[in-house]
Write a protein that binds this ligand. Structure first.
Ligand code: 13P
Length: 249
């Protein structure tokens, strides 16, 4: 049985005050029906770690370097991330791929390094609108998964969390319908099943892209949707708490 996981990707938003007030609201509002993870901007990780100590809410970083240390100005290493009790690392978000040129090979390297460091990669994949309209969604998503599968092997997908985020649904207010999302999630699980059915049954596959409290229950009710990766709505305390509490466990 896969337990629902709901994650907040705050992207490059917020300040000390909003971080404190959102975390207070999350701690007070969560019913515990889902696992919850927060991805704040990295500078706020120590503040988040302190505020969430002793709670069930986990946290992580939005990006990491695959390098161990050295002359990589502006980057963060996994040993630094491990210094602050992070559990997850978001890898290959479409904004990293599109705006910062991350390739499937870069993403695979980061997944390898993250697993080696004992952290949980949350691997983001998804097609653009143009790709969907050309009918190549499965090919695109399949290629993104295969790059990681080839690098780490199927057994690692017991640990890895996949976040399917259609690029056309991110920040646009256009949520994929539960059926559209389920179709792609079933395709992804089918791909993993072809390698190892027992592992595929355990892999959590989250949906991301304009998830709101109003759409969460129908999405989370789909057989292959195991939770959500939430952007904009995770910056609104009541909305994010309602999304987390829409999970049945
Ligand atoms: P929105 O929920 O704002 O569409 O963002 C989704 C996302 O990119 C989460 O990683």
């Amino acid at each position: 049985m896969r337990r629902t996981l709901v994650a907040a990707n705050w992207k490059m938003n917020g300040n000390k005050e909003t971080v404190a007030s959102l975390l207070t609201a999350f701690k007070n509002g969560m019913s515990g029906s889902a696992d919850v993870a927060i991805f704040p901007p990295a500078l706020y990780v120590p503040q988040v770690a302190q505020a969430l100590a002793g709670t069930d809410i986990s946290f992580g970083v939005q990006n990491v370097s695959a390098q161990e240390s050295g002359a990589f100005t502006g980057e963060l290493s996994l040993s630094m991330v491990n210094d602050f009790a992070c559990k997850y690392v978001l890898i290959g978000h479409s904004e990293r791929r599109e705006l910062f040129g991350e390739t499937d090979a870069d993403v695979a390297q980061k997944v390898v390094a993250t697993l080696k460091a004992g952290l949980i990669p949350m691997l983001c994949i998804g097609e653009t609108l143009e790709q969907r309209e050309s009918g190549i969604t499965e090919e695109v998503v399949g290629t993104q998964i295969k790059a990681v599968l080839d690098a780490v092997g199927i057994a690692a997908f017991e640990t890895i969390v996949i976040a399917y985020e259609p690029v056309w649904a991110i920040g646009t207010g256009k949520t994929a319908s539960p059926e559209q999302a389920q179709d792609v999630h079933a395709f992804i699980r089918g791909m993993l099943e072809a390698e190892d059915a027992a592992v595929a049954a355990k892999t959590r596959i989250l949906y991301g892209g304009s998830v709101k409290a109003a759409s969460a229950e129908a999405l989370f009710g789909q057989p292959d949707i195991d939770g959500g990766l939430v952007g904009g709505a995770s910056l609104l305390a009541d909305e994010f708490v309602a999304i987390c509490n829409a999970a049945k466990g």
